[in-house]
Write a protein that binds this ligand. Structure first.
Ligand code: COI
Length: 355
């Protein structure tokens, strides 16, 4: 849809741009100057505005603070060699935001508000988009409940905000993961497929325990039997066992429908790899690791991009995976994805929206 909305713009007179070291960016620490804001009141979205990025004033009874009625997205914008701004698959984020919102009783956010707000924000903060390989502008749209009310019911009022951060790599080195068979991230019928704030809060404690043991992240298993690999809390997970790429399917409502996940699967099929969307048994993974037939394992996500897994811990045993050579699938698919994202090659899939 091409309808545009009217957006009030209040630009800061105190830009942080000149104090920002674009060569030393920690993920999520440096925030650009402005944010797009909209409010949901009396049954509709309105008051569209761009404001300086600043703290919000919330009443302590704000229902999000107590009951977590909040959903978010993660997406990225890039610069091509001509300095043009390219956004990777934003319409997919808009759809997924609304899928998450529906599950959490949050009102739908129309596409024109999402896209117009996003584009205007990227115009205003265009100088914040890194123009270096490996760097991008991470975009965080989110919606949260704003009623001041302690009863349990969906809020009547909401805020939608988009803010952005220039970023480099989320994982600076290959990732060590541990298969989690005690705690659960998501159960069937729950909110695992939604990008709901609480999903992430609930996974912090088990992840912290694993970090104390020296691992970076967990590989979550299904909540019922703990026998099947699902995803990691920061990314979807893919394995290449012998000559087949295996990743969990989206059939159980427990797995986030990653946009990088889908893009990688499309490219993998084009590159002639066998692809199986099926649940991998923990026992099958362990056996394949014992035999040395896990050729590669990697995570896929907006923030993580393609994150090479260097070690997998299963049932108390640590298995080190081969280094990622330059002829590996994960190396090649990252190159291919980056070439499209940075506009270095043609985008035959219609994934890029130019500002
Ligand atoms: C993303 O990849 O965009 C996410 O939201 C994951 C989070 C770990 C930053």
């Amino acid at each position: 849809m091409n309808t545009t909305i009217e957006i009030q713009i209040n630009q800061t007179s105190d830009s942080k741009l000149s104090q920002t070291d674009f060569d030393n960016l920690q993920f999520g620490q440096t925030i650009s100057d402005h944010m797009f804001v909209a409010d949901f009141k009396d049954g509709e979205w309105g008051e569209f505005r761009i404001e300086p990025y600043a703290p919000l004033t919330l009443n302590p009874a704000n229902s999000t603070l107590h009951y977590g009625q909040s959903v978010f997205e993660g997406m990225k914008a890039y610069k091509n060699k001509d300095g043009e701004t390219l956004i990777f698959r934003p319409e997919e984020n808009q759809k997924r935001l609304n899928d998450s919102a529906q599950r959490m009783c949050i009102p739908e956010l129309p596409e024109e508000i999402f896209m117009s707000g996003l584009k205007k924000l990227l115009e205003v903060d265009n100088a914040w988009i890194p123009n270096k390989d490996g760097y991008s502008l991470y975009i965080r749209p989110f919606i949260f409940a704003t009623d001041d009310f302690l009863g349990i019911r969906p809020s009547s009022n909401y805020k939608f905000i988009i803010f952005t951060c220039p970023v480099g790599h989320y994982y600076a080195k290959p990732v060590k993961v541990k298969v989690e068979t005690k705690y659960s991230r998501a159960a069937e019928g729950g909110t695992g497929y939604a990008k709901a704030a609480g999903n992430y809060a609930g996974s912090l404690y088990p992840a912290l325990l694993a970090q104390k043991e020296g691992y970076d992240q967990l590989l979550w298993t299904d909540a019922k039997s703990h026998q099947f690999i699902e995803e990691s809390g920061t990314m979807n997970i893919m394995f290449i066992i012998n000559d087949t790429l295996i990743t969990a399917p989206l059939t159980t409502s427990t797995i986030l429908a990653g946009i990088t996940r889908e893009s990688v699967l499309i490219l993998a099929k084009e590159m002639g790899l066998n692809v199986e969307e099926r649940f991998l048994r923990v026992a099958e993974l362990e056996e394949a690791l014992e035999k040395g037939s896990v050729v590669e394992a990697f995570g896929t996500g907006t923030a993580a991009t393609i994150a090479h897994i260097s070690l997998i811990s299963v049932n108390g045993k640590d298995f080190t995976l081969p280094e990622k050579p330059s002829d590996s699938f994960s190396y090649n698919v990252l190159e291919e994805l980056d070439a499209i994202k940075y506009g270095k090659k043609e985008d035959p899939y219609g994934w890029i929206t130019k500002l």
